[in-house]
Write a protein that binds this ligand. Structure first.
Ligand SMILES: Nc1ncnc2c1ncn2[C@@H]1O[C@H](COP(=O)(O)OP(=O)(O)OP(=O)(O)O)[C@@H](O)[C@H]1O
Ligand SMILES: [Mg+2]
Length: 223
């Protein structure tokens, strides 16, 4: 079953001669609970595609249906709720809040949403990601890998059905990249989430069930 269905998606930035066709007619679907990776040269539209799926950008044309909801039919407020509850984002630079402890960072989406975290789930997540001993520490006290694990836990804590990861291992050496990508894949499998991962790393891309390549805002290859 497809959880994401994208039809003829176009996203243009700017007007007139300075118009950039970041996405230029994308048809793509992602199956529930599966792992899809997206590769492609710099500027090919990978981040734009992820941001449209995540409800950060509205399409210029085309439709994006996530779990039966056409995102274009959501108001700004509904889109905010969608971003908080339905999707979890993981970025290259973690985006942790330095003044908050690891525990507070992980629970931050619940603070934003004024909702109560599931304590049992929190402990399970922290255990899977090896953060038990780190909860009262601050981000600067952890390695890059540890900080990214914190960001992964934060993305997962609200139990979103889709995890969107934009080059989450972009700043790591080969071994740490494999570890972090492996943890993302493992947590997504454990919690039956759909994982969409952008990477420049062919080896990591191959961890996925399916790989698509973008070029100039179009899909050029699927395997
Ligand atoms: N907010 C924006 N305003 C104007 N142009 C943009 C914006 N975001 C992206 N673009 C342009 O759209 C195109 C696709 O950008 P995008 O960031 O999606 O590429 P990418 O594949 O993620 O690249 P990278 O691998 O470098 O992260 C590029 O030409 C980029 O300059
Ligand atoms: Mg990008």
């Amino acid at each position: 079953m497809d959880i994401v269905t994208i039809r003829n998606l176009k996203k243009y930035f700017g007007e007139g001669p300075r118009r950039v066709k970041a996405l230029d007619g994308i048809d793509l679907s992602a199956e529930k609970g599966r792992f899809l990776s997206i590769i492609g040269a710099s500027g090919s539209g990978k981040t734009t595609l992820l941001n449209v799926i995540g409800g950060l950008y509205r399409p210029t044309e085309g439709t994006v249906i996530v779990d039966g909801t056409d995102l274009s039919e959501l108001s700004e407020d509904q889109l905010t709720v969608y971003r908080r509850r339905k999707v979890g984002f993981v970025f290259q630079d973690y985006n942790l809040i330095p003044e908050l402890t690891i525990r507070e960072n992980i629970l931050f989406p619940h603070a934003l949403d004024d909702s109560r975290p599931d304590e049992v789930f929190f402990r399970k997540l922290v255990g899977l990601l090896g953060l038990e001993e780190r909860l009262d520490q601050y981000p600067y006290m952890l390695s890059g890998g540890g900080q990214q694990c914190t960001a992964i836990a934060r993305a997962l804590i609200t139990k979103p059905s889709i995890i969107l990861a934009d080059e989450p291992t972009g700043s790591f050496d080969a071994k740490t990249s494999q570890n972090v990508a492996g943890l993302l894949k493992m947590t997504a499998e454990t919690f039956h989430q759909t994982l969409i991962l952008i990477t420049h790393n062919q080896e990591l891309a191959q961890l996925a069930d399916r790989v698509v390549r973008l070029c100039d805002g179009r899909i050029v290859e699927e395997q």
